[in-house]
Design a protein around this ligand. Structure first.
Ligand code: ATP
Ligand code: MG
Length: 357
């Protein structure tokens, strides 16, 4: 996939970056969260990829973006809609995605944007089509970037997790985001194999919503499901077969009134078993399709988990058991892609991983 990418003249690229200094940005435009890294400063913004749109007399306007918009999710009046412009790892609503990027760039840049616009490196899912990549690039251009470079998300995740991507050594990264899980084998600044499963944190939230509806006739919102997943989510059955007790509030589907129920962590493990199996299956397929020399390296190097989904309790152990390989969680899984995108922008050692299209 990276072979198809247009490599750019790196010396001119880096000298330009040096000239513009700290104005340049790296963006992890994620399904769930957007992070912005500014050259020489590091990560300066980390907000949910959510935009609240208000419609008055047929005219749409942006009411809130990021943290403020996420707080409105599931609680908006009819005139306001909280939208996630990226779903399943791709842009579902390009205009709103562009508004969101613009808002975040403005927020980071402040008044300086009056004088000059930055160059931007933005990550794209490895499984994205050329049309989707162009849409992301155009959105960043329209948001004011003077030049846009792209980087593949698993490559950025691996760089951010300090994996040896520049060496002739195979290593595997599994980035479990909100919309997708990307599994990739990397070696010599390239992706030797990559597969993307459209299962991530969102599918886990949906699995919890549907479990509670099916077993308790209780309707809970996405935000509640996500909170339960973060606090109690577990990849395997708790040791005692029950685990912690969870109190849950929502709307009773039979008589329509608000109600509280009690479930256990074992119930959550049961609900999550399907999305988690799909992730494990993605890893298995990647391992089966990895060239033998690289596979041999992975036996030594192991698998590194990144993305918010890496934080599900017991997932690393489960994957270790299922594959027989060493598995570790990156130090700061939610920041890996942004950190890696930023490092790829700053450090000439990663030349070759940035693309113009
Ligand atoms: N402690 C946690 N336990 C379980 N899941 C978590 C935890 N913290 C965050 N998550 C989940 O991780 C997901 C967000 O991860 P991340 O920010 O890596 O995704 P993203 O980069 O926005 O998505 P994508 O890469 O698919 O575009 C959300 O579904 C969130 O609920
Ligand atoms: Mg991501």
């Amino acid at each position: 996939m990276s072979g198809k990418a247009t490599e750019i003249s790196m010396s001119s690229f880096f000298s330009r970056f040096m000239k513009f200094g700290s104005q340049n940005m790296a963006i992890d435009l994620g399904t769930a969260n957007t992070l912005v890294y500014v050259q020489d400063r590091g990560i300066v913004l980390n907000e949910p990829s959510v935009v609240a749109i208000e419609t008055i007399n047929g005219n749409k306007s942006v009411k809130a973006v990021g943290d403020d918009a996420k707080m409105m999710m599931g609680k908006t009046p009819d005139s306001i809609e909280a939208i996630r412009p990226l779903r399943d790892g791709v842009i579902a609503d390009i205009e709103i995605a562009e508004e969101m990027i613009k808002h975040f760039i403005r927020k980071v840049h402040g008044k300086r944007s009056l004088f000059r616009y930055p160059e931007i490196v933005i990550c794209v899912p490895s499984g994205s089509t050329s049309v989707e990549r162009r849409a992301i690039r155009d959105a960043a251009s329209n948001a004011g970037a003077s030049q846009v470079y792209l980087i593949l998300e698993p490559m950025a995740a691996a760089i951010g997790a300090d994996m040896p991507v520049t060496e002739p050594v195979g290593s595997m990264v599994v980035d479990i985001g909100g919309g997708t899980t990307e599994v990739a084998v990397l070696s010599l600044r390239g992706l030797a194999y990559t597969t993307s499963v459209r299962v991530g944190g969102d599918k886990m939230d949906e699995a919890i919503v549907s479990y509670v509806r099916r077993h308790h006739n209780l309707l809970i919102g996405e935000a509640t499901a996500e909170r339960i997943k973060k606090d109690y989510g577990i990849a395997v059955m708790p040791a005692d077969g029950i685990g912690e007790t969870i109190h849950l509030k929502g709307r009773d589907l039979v008589n329509g009134v608000p109600k509280e129920i009690t479930i256990t962590q074992a119930n959550i493990a049961e609900a999550l078993s399907e999305p988690i199996s799909a992730i494990i299956e993605g890893v298995r397929i990647a391992l089966e399709n990895t060239a033998p020399e690289l596979a041999a390296d992975i036996v030594d190097q192991g698998i590194v988990l990144t993305g918010g989904g890496a934080l599900i309790k017991g997932l690393d152990d489960y994957l270790r058991e299922e594959t027989g390989l060493p598995v570790s969680i990156a130090e700061d899984p939610l920041s890996c892609v942004a950190l890696g995108t930023g490092r790829a922008m700053e450090d000439p050692i990663y030349r070759g991983v940035l693309m113009t299209a």
